[in-house]
Design a protein around this ligand. Structure first.
Ligand SMILES: [Zn+2]
Ligand SMILES: [Zn+2]
Length: 299
């Protein structure tokens, strides 16, 4: 019988391994899915539904349409399947010993445990800036990244609205880190939580940070919703993810950023409030006092 050299006969995982990988895929799909759905639904419900009128003066350019949200949701579901596949690859790496995710906090020292979360966030920030700039080269923008840019006024549901290739690029941030360093499971959870909360908030199309935040010596180092919104509006400049420094160092921050942030954070407009007064003193309704409408300007 003809025998093939070993190189042509890959050692396929046994059925138990396949079963584990399938469970890892489904588990990751469930975890990523619930994180995305939970965060996007929470931010959307809070900012776009419950506080819609109260925050109307904070809308940066306009509200997203129903069509925008449906498209963003559809692409996000596709992204979840890619992220789950990458999660499965990480589990395969764990099984083969190429990846270390540990439980015992002191295993690699407390210093590493405490430093690893900020380092992961810094790594994500630089990884995103570099890959995002690459995604803005003409061919990739037209065929891949354009999907994300279809949202001119994004909603929190746009957090994962990517072409599958971009989903793969974005999703590699954690597996690549794990190829180099061990990470505690709680660091991975907090990293993912930080990512989804800031990502959904960054696509809210309204600015909830306080006035002056973008001009503050510390606040100005963090990206805001306005920062990323201008990127969606023009597809030019403001490529950064969590911090503004890469755009500032590379000269890609939009010149109109601070002015647009100021525009999106005006003092709260005058609201009509019924007050009852008589000779300058307030009274309870029905006490015979005259009713007027007073305009209150509230910050
Ligand atoms: Zn975006
Ligand atoms: Zn972009």
């Amino acid at each position: 019988m003809l025998e093939f050299p070993a190189i042509f006969m890959p050692a396929w995982p046994d059925p138990t391994t396949w079963q584990l990988l399938r469970r890892a895929y489904l588990g990751n799909l469930l975890l990523e899915g619930s994180r995305y759905l939970g965060a996007a639904a929470l931010v959307w419900l809070l900012l776009h539904v419950l506080l819609r009128r109260r925050l109307a003066h904070r809308v940066i350019a306009g509200w997203p349409t129903g069509g925008d949200m449906r498209r963003e949701f559809g692409y996000s579901l596709s992204t979840l399947t890619v992220f789950a596949a990458l999660g499965m690859v990480v589990v395969a790496g764990l099984m083969s010993g190429h990846v270390v995710i540990y439980r015992e906090p002191s295993r690699f020292g407390w210093a590493w445990l405490l430093a690893s979360l900020p380092l992961m966030i810094l790594w994500h920030d630089v990884y995103f800036y570099v890959t995002h700039r690459a995604l803005h080269t003409p061919w990739l923008l037209r065929h891949v990244h354009g999907v994300h840019h279809r949202s001119r006024n994004p909603s929190p549901w746009a957090a994962y609205a990517f072409h599958p290739v971009e989903a793969l690029v974005n999703g590699l941030v954690t597996p690549l880190a794990l190829l180099v360093v061990p990470l505690h499971w709680s660091v991975l959870m907090l990293f993912a939580l930080h990512q989804i909360v800031r990502n959904t908030h960054g696509h809210a199309s309204l600015e909830i940070m306080p006035r002056g935040f973008a001009r503050h010596w510390l606040g100005g180092r963090f990206t805001t919703t306005t920062h990323h919104h201008l990127h969606h509006e023009t597809a030019r400049g403001n490529y950064g993810l969590w911090f503004t420094w890469w755009d500032r160092w590379c000269g890609t921050e939009r010149a109109d950023y601070l002015a647009r942030f100021d525009q999106a954070t005006p003092p709260r407009p005058a609201v009509a409030r019924k007050v009852w007064f008589d000779a300058g003193h307030r009274h309870a309704p029905g006490s015979g006092a005259r009713t007027i409408t007073r305009l209150d300007g509230i910050e």
